[in-house]
Design a protein around this ligand. Structure first.
Ligand SMILES: [Zn+2]
Length: 754
């Protein structure tokens, strides 16, 4: 109790120093309502407390809480009770999902010498929760198929398509072999997928110290990095080519009565067995490899010569799983909208973890909880949001976005009708604001970033990010753009957290916001991601936790309170032009590269420079690609720019003249639809669950975003006819968006309607 009083006093002080300068009404607000909104937002930003976040994190991360564990359910019930305490309308929604856990894990070298991998992360005396071994899930890759294989081993670098091209040139095949890949540079599930496509029969993934171990900084518990026993757990479900969520109920909510596929028909389960290991376990296996020395960029930080393999050594990998259905618990909490209850602003962060999960997801979950407490506090003071606010603490994110995907699929019709936007966070750290999301919200997020104070510099987080980006810029052109463009560019959403079903499947404008970049970490998905680690090596005083609560809470309030939804299309159009430029350059570069390569094959460059003692074959001949016809996209992008400018101009005049409530209502419906228009009912080719035509996770990259994915991936995969037809399809989608924006502008231009 006494502590609470102290927090309130600090909060008041904080409010006094953080009152920003007002310049003109907020985007989407009438002059009068903007004044009131600013006052409520300032009150809101004074409430979130770092100390509360610390206490929530201590509670949430006190025990392992993966899907199906008792503490997972206890956490969900505790979160539910907190939302209720803060005055929210709250309920649990449950789903029943396939969640495999390890039954057997064996990895040994059987020839020429014997070595059995430890597959164990030991308790450390400094770290009080690392000894909860009975509650911990052992290190494994979820949705790996069962398997028992013995074979030679081949090192495949990060296991990307280009790594296999290099293996071909070195004359090394992975057919019938077990591959060992480094973690990183792609989402982990891509590695076994590509390995299986090349004929491998098993896949090991290890964390090399060059990437997140001693080459970067001291290792845990003396530093933040991965020690020789630390292992990255994680899902390897092939969600990019199928869909995330429960593998037995693709496209529909995993309710008790849902039709379920048989396990053998679940297409997102891997084709070959997979196991993640530490670098302690990987070193003897890598050291036993012979064959060509690994290319320079492949070598890691271990004190060995990295060979590609194979050699005399044979490795035995055996994994099997309990293929159980487990119940997951989403906490769904609402504040009903006072004027537009059927327009929903949705906010989420998961609560399940691989083990204790203080950084992932605890550090994000606690910022969301403080937002919820603060919004609850505002309602007690008389604040009423226009629109309905829905806060979601998701379960089952780690196995592959289970809680959010099942909820989104179960409520798909309502969400497509009522959802305004979805705002996600996951982990949070110290440093710079990371803004990722739908570009129709880029201007809004930039505006909010200008209103949030950075805890370390007292600059606005926008100013700090701006200066950081200037420091990091690679070219003069980039620096010039940073100094001239009004808004910082937002990155595009790929996948890897709970926004995926909202943006990719339902076409709901989405954001993912966090702070970070100042600290390195090597505890991701290990038993050492816990309260001890977080409070020694990350946002130790939770001031960036408070900043994230302020940032996202303000975003929620502004979206829920605006007279006219703060969507804006000039940044979207500008971004489409940028993507188009990238695609043209990519197609040109690929063409030039293949022409040059063919010339060099003919000239005998490769055979002349292959060292007979270290032979390297010529790349295979590939037909030079035809020129692509980008004209439909050029025209569509220009038309989009014109409509965005027209809308802006019409809106500026209409605000001065006044906009009638009826017209606002109608415009808001159009604006809600604007992101939906960027998706198509038939979706992307060969993966129809993904409906959005501008953003998608990559089939061969995983989490990393592919923008204009139909066109980009066709070019990457040298499918030239498909690239041309996808250009036309994306152009048609953009034309639909342009028509919608023009219709909104036309409405604003009619004086009668005001
Ligand atoms: Zn997470």
């Amino acid at each position: 109790m006494r502590r609470l009083v102290l927090i309130c006093m600090f909060s008041v002080l904080f409010a006094l120093v953080s009152t920003g300068a007002d310049d003109g009404p907020l985007q989407g607000f009438t002059r009068e309502n903007s004044v009131a909104e600013r006052q409520w937002e300032a009150k809101f930003r004074a409430i979130p407390s770092p100390q509360n976040q610390r206490e929530y994190l201590l509670r949430l991360s006190a025990h392992p809480h993966h899907v199906g564990s008792s503490y997972d359910k206890e956490n969900a019930e505790w979160i539910l009770s907190k939302f209720k305490e803060w005055g929210w309308n709250t309920q649990l929604e449950t789903f029943d999902v396939l969640f495999p856990t390890p039954k057997e894990r064996l990895l040994e070298m059987v020839e020429p010498t014997r070595f059995t991998a430890k597959l164990k992360e030991p308790a450390l005396s400094a770290d009080p929760t690392s000894n909860q071994q009975n509650e911990q899930l052992p290190a494994y890759n979820a949705y790996s198929v069962d398997g028992d294989v013995t074979a030679p081993l081949v090192f495949v670098n990060y296991g990307l398509p280009k790594d296999y091209e290099e293996l071909d040139r070195l004359g090394v095949s992975v057919k019938g072999a077990i591959v060992i890949a480094k973690y990183g540079n792609s989402w982990r599930g891509i590695k076994p997928k590509i390995a299986a496509e090349h004929g491998a029969i098993g896949c090991l993934i290890y964390s090399d110290p060059a990437d997140d171990g001693f080459s970067v900084d001291n290792v845990f518990p003396n530093g933040p990095m991965r020690n020789s026993d630390g292992v990255q757990r994680g899902s390897v479900m092939d969600f990019p080519s199928t869909s995330p969520g429960d593998p037995l109920t693709p496209g529909v909510g995993a309710t008790p009565e849902a039709n379920r596929l048989a396990l053998k028909d679940a297409s997102s389960i891997t084709k070959i067995p997979v196991l993640p290991i530490s670098y302690g376990d990987a070193q003897p296996l890598l050291a036993a490899l012979v064959g060509p020395i690994a290319p320079k960029e492949w070598r890691g930080g271990l004190a060995i010569s990295y060979h590609v393999g194979p050699g005399q050594s044979r490795v035995h990998l055996k994994v099997s799983f309990n293929w159980d259905i487990k119940r997951i618990y989403d906490v769904i909490a609402k504040i009903p909208g006072a004027e537009q209850p059927d327009q929903w602003v949705i906010r989420g962060n998961h609560h399940d973890a691989w083990v204790n999960g203080a950084a992932d997801p605890g550090s994000g979950q606690v910022t969301m909880l403080e937002e919820a407490r603060s919004l609850g506090e505002l309602t007690k003071q008389g604040w009423r949001p226009k629109r309905t606010i829905i806060y979601c603490a998701w379960d089952g994110e780690e196995p592959m976005l289970l809680g959010s995907t099942e909820w989104a699929e179960a409520h798909d019709k309502e969400l497509q009708q009522y959802a305004v936007a979805y705002i996600n966070s996951d982990g949070n750290g110290r440093g710079y604001l990371s803004m990722v999301g739908s570009h129709s919200l880029e201007h809004l997020v930039n505006g909010i970033a200008r209103d949030i104070q950075d805890p370390e510099t007292n600059l606005s987080v926008w100013q700090r990010s701006h200066l950081h980006e200037i420091a990091e810029a690679k070219t003069d052109d980039d620096r010039k753009e940073l100094r001239q463009r009004a808004d910082l560019r937002m990155k595009a959403l790929g996948s890897g957290s709970d926004y995926t079903a909202f943006i990719d499947h339902l076409g709901i404008a989405s954001l993912n916001l966090s702070y970070g970049d100042e600290d390195d970490d090597g505890i991701y998905h290990s038993i050492y991601d816990d309260f001890y680690w977080f409070t020694h090596f990350s946002d130790t005083d939770f001031v960036y936790g408070r900043a994230l609560s302020q940032t996202i809470g303000t975003s929620v309030m502004r979206l829920a309170g605006a007279d006219l939804l703060p969507f804006e299309f000039a940044d979207l159009a500008d971004t489409i032009h940028l993507y188009l430029k990238e695609l043209k350059k990519m197609a040109d570069d690929e063409r030039a590269k293949l022409i040059e390569q063919d010339k060099e094959i003919e000239e005998g460059v490769f055979s002349a420079t292959s060292d007979p003692r270290r032979p390297r074959m010529a790349p295979p001949h590939v037909d030079v690609p035809p020129f692509l016809n980008f004209a439909p996209l050029d025209n569509a992008a220009d038309a989009l720019t014109n409509s965005a400018e027209r809308y802006q101009e019409a809106l500026k005049k209409a605000w001065v003249a006044g906009i009638s409530p009826a017209m606002l209502q109608d415009l808001n419906q159009k604006l809600m639809e604007s992101e939906r228009r960027l998706s198509t009912p038939e979706g992307l080719l060969r993966r129809p669950w993904y409906k959005h035509m501008i953003y998608a996770p990559g089939v061969y990259s995983g989490y990393a975003a592919k923008t204009l994915p139909g066109v980009r991936e066709a070019i990457e995969q040298k499918q030239w006819a498909e690239a041309n037809s996808e250009i036309a399809r994306v152009a048609a989608v953009l034309d639909g968006e342009t028509a919608l924006i023009n219709a909104a502008a036309r409405e604003l231009e009619q004086p009668a309607g005001r």
